[in-house]
Write a new protein. Structure first.
Length: 280
């Protein structure tokens, strides 16, 4: 009787988590995509995308724990992200708010999906060796990760439903947020990956301000509103750090002992998935 190679069987495990993320995204589209979808349906779809984020986070960790990282994992992970955080989130935000703008709303929603797809394609190119093997991630990510962009949008949906208000629900505001997130995904703004976090004074300051202000909003208003601010803080920190880096210039970076070439390499190598190249 032929013996089963358990080692090879483990390669299936990370892929199952990745496909679970795809399932959540697919089901979210079914829930919110109908012409008679209600606010409760939009809320359920948002929660499904949250579950997709959970599976997207854990698949890479499972791959590393079982030592089953592979090039196909990087590619499959990005494809899953296009479905769950690109298409599903784009459909959700369109059905929830942007449909009121007609053809303009369709263009904005599609632009979000297109920018997310381009961002993931760029990531795949920068995150893999010529042989197809995943590169070692750095401490920065080039362009806003699509899960972060999706997280901000679904947090707006959740906040509006949970607080029973239209605080964040004006269509023009939502359209502006979607356009901004789309731009940052394909930009060269550097965002922290938090995979090589060092407790510098600047890092401690940023984290303390983000956590402190989030706790205040949660206690003063509602936890869902605090979630919106926390995710928005991540984007703001990336913008501020990029501006600081531009002001300092390459000379300051070299003086600080951080070669410019290495910084650029780290920026380009990292991404939400390289960190967890699953067999995804």
């Amino acid at each position: 009787m032929k013996k089963v190679d358990l080692r090879r069987s483990l390669f299936i495990l990370p892929n199952l988590f990745t496909l679970s993320s795809v399932l959540c995204g697919f089901y979210a589209v079914l829930v919110c995509g109908g012409p008679e979808a209600t606010d409760d349906d939009y809320y359920r779809a948002a929660l499904l995308i949250v579950f997709a984020m959970f599976f997207d986070t854990i698949d890479g960790r499972v791959a590393r724990m079982t030592k089953t990282q592979s090039a196909i994992g990087v590619q499959l992970d990005s494809l899953a992200d296009v479905i769950s955080f690109g298409v599903a989130t784009g459909v959700l935000v369109y059905r929830w708010s942007l449909h009121k703008l007609g053809a303009v709303g369709i263009a904005i929603a599609f632009g979000y999906v297109a920018c997310g797809t381009i961002r993931l394609a760029r990531f795949n190119v920068l995150a893999t060796e010529e042989s197809g093997a995943p590169k070692k991630p750095g401490k920065y990510i080039l362009g806003l990760p699509i899960p972060a962009a999706a997280g901000i949008l679904i947090s707006l949906v959740v906040a509006n439903t949970a607080t029973d208000t239209r605080l964040f629900g004006t269509t023009v505001l939502i359209a502006g947020v979607v356009i901004m997130l789309s731009f940052f995904m394909v930009s060269t703004v550097r965002f922290r990956s938090f995979k090589d976090l060092k407790l510098s004074a600047r890092t401690v300051l940023f984290v303390a301000l983000a956590v402190g202000s989030t706790a205040f909003l949660a206690l003063r208003y509602h936890a869902s509103i605090a979630l919106v601010w926390l995710l928005a803080s991540y984007v703001l920190i990336g913008i501020v750090e990029t501006i600081i880096s531009m002001v300092r210039g390459p000379e300051r970076s070299l003086a600080a002992g951080a070669p410019v070439a290495d910084e650029l390499e780290d920026d380009e190598l990292d991404a939400d998935h390289v960190d967890e190249p699953n067999v995804l």
